[in-house]
Design a protein around this ligand. Structure first.
Ligand code: IMP
Length: 437
């Protein structure tokens, strides 16, 4: 029997590219959506018939009846945040029982992770990353330090009690010594988290087994990335990154599906660029044009509400994302945000110390030496919002997209022309390559 199709959806920039919408399109024909990294630092916005859903931990497949959603082992789970999200989905009439599964090997975020993060972010002499303050980094630190608590352990009441007692003792001492933080109460934490464990138990599975069996049965899987390539712990703008493998390689380690079972990687990019938090951003605009992009694109964080930094499309970074992830298809979102422009600058090359280079700096300080070489593309200066076919796009918009294809070597498969499920252009070759018809 042939194994099912698979595709990874990965952010090609600094996150917030609109991955949620693409996952939603793919679930027309894919059977399972598996999230592989990050935690409730992510915020996927999906709008269906004008109704807005912000998903943080639960994969986008939950909004498509009949689709199975899996939270993989690569994700860090805050049980209280997960249960809150489940409750709000239930309240909105979305089915979550029997179609949403959580890996027994995923790591748990506990209150001391937030305590350590807040202390560290505000401590003098530390690099301020501008994190989402969800405890993501400290939880991954404990995972790699082999002292984390996993979902299977959360359900093991005696182990949970011992873990919380020991960890609280240690973290309280460290946080007090380093950051003068107030201690956390282990008893109260145990009560709260053992109650949460009872509610989570019915969602817990060996999801690696579930996914591999599903593939063997010919079922198809979308791997849903969180954040983006430039926030990846290894390949991003370190140390201004998140603490997980946001790139396509994470889909394998973060779900237990082998790399040999991954068929297609789809990179998502905005028609321009944004980033939240601190760190390098070569094409950043700090002027009125940047403010205009922020306003037109509603560029405020889905989770924290922070204004996003904005800038022009950065092709060297997009080529880098293509290389690191193996992107064969691109999805270009928010094309309509550029509708007002007569000319659109695009960064085509980097110069470092006066020399052109395809190399992306390994050090954050290396980005300060980048000089962006821009090319001004003609704007279309007409509305593209609601456009649903390639032919109906203005000629200059088609040329803008063709230029992206030419410069990256990837094909553009979807163009998003507005936030709603329906405001989407599907390129026919993409539809047939991905089996979406
Ligand atoms: P953390 O993931 O909360 O540790 O934050 C690390 C960096 O990643 C910060 O710059 C955050 O703003 C950024 N970040 C984390 N999650 C997202 C996301 O979903 N979209 C965009 N930026 C994110």
């Amino acid at each position: 029997m042939s194994r099912g199709r698979t595709a990874v959806i990965v952010g090609a920039q600094w996150g917030d590219e609109g991955k949620g919408k693409v996952v939603d399109v793919l679930t027309r024909t894919f059977s399972i959506v598996a999230r592989y990294a990050g935690g409730h630092n992510a915020g996927h916005t999906v709008i269906i018939d004008g109704k807005k859903f912000i998903l943080q931990l639960v994969p986008g497949g939950i909004l498509r009846p009949g689709c199975i959603s899996v939270v993989g082992n690569g994700v860090v789970i805050d049980p209280l945040a997960f249960l809150k999200e489940v409750a709000s989905l239930r309240a909105a009439g979305v089915k979550v029982d029997g179609n949403l599964f959580v890996s027994n090997r995923a790591q748990i975020i506990l209150p001391y992770h937030r305590m350590m993060e807040l202390g560290s972010e505000n401590a003098p002499g530390r690099v301020k990353i501008g994190t989402t303050s969800r405890g993501i980094g400290p939880s991954y630190e404990d995972k790699m330090g082999r002292r984390g608590l996993r979902v299977a352990d959360l359900l093991d009441t005696p182990l949970l009690r011992t873990h919380i007692e020991n960890a609280c003792r240690e973290k309280n001492m460290i946080a007090h010594a380093l950051f003068n933080s107030d201690p956390l109460d282990a008893d109260q934490m145990f009560r709260e988290y053992s109650a949460a464990a009872e509610q989570i138990a019915s969602f817990v599975r060996d999801t690696a087994l579930l996914l591999n069996r599903a593939l063997a049965d010919g079922k198809s899987i979308v791997f849903e990335g969180a954040q983006g390539t430039m926030l990846d712990i290894d390949h991003g703008t370190y140390p201004f990154v998140t603490s997980s493998s946001a790139t396509s390689g994470g889909a394998s380690t973060g779900t237990g599906v082998p790399p040999t079972s991954i068929n297609t990687v789809i990179g998502i990019t905005k028609a321009y660029c944004t980033r939240v938090g601190s760190g390098p951003f070569p094409t950043e605009l700090t002027d009125a044009q940047g403010e205009e992009l922020r306003k037109r694109g509603h560029e405020y964080g889905a989770v924290t509400g922070r204004p996003r930094r904005t800038g022009w499309l950065d092709l060297p970074l997009l080529r880098y994302a293509g290389m690191i992830n193996g992107i064969s298809w691109l999805v270009v979102t928010k094309l309509d945000v550029l509708d007002h422009l007569a000319e659109i600058p695009v960064c085509v090359r980097y110069k470092i110390d006066g020399k052109e280079t395809e190399e992306v700096p390994a050090q954050a300080c290396g980005y300060e030496r980048i000089e962006c070489v821009y090319r001004n593309m003609p704007g279309w200066a007409s509305p593209t919002r609601n456009v649903r076919t390639v032919e109906a796009l203005p000629k200059a918009a088609r040329e803008y997209l063709a230029f992206i294809e030419q410069e990256t070597g990837a094909r553009v498969g979807i163009i998003s022309t507005g936030p709603d499920r329906e405001q989407t252009v599907l390129v026919p070759e993409f539809v047939s390559a991905l089996g979406l018809n």
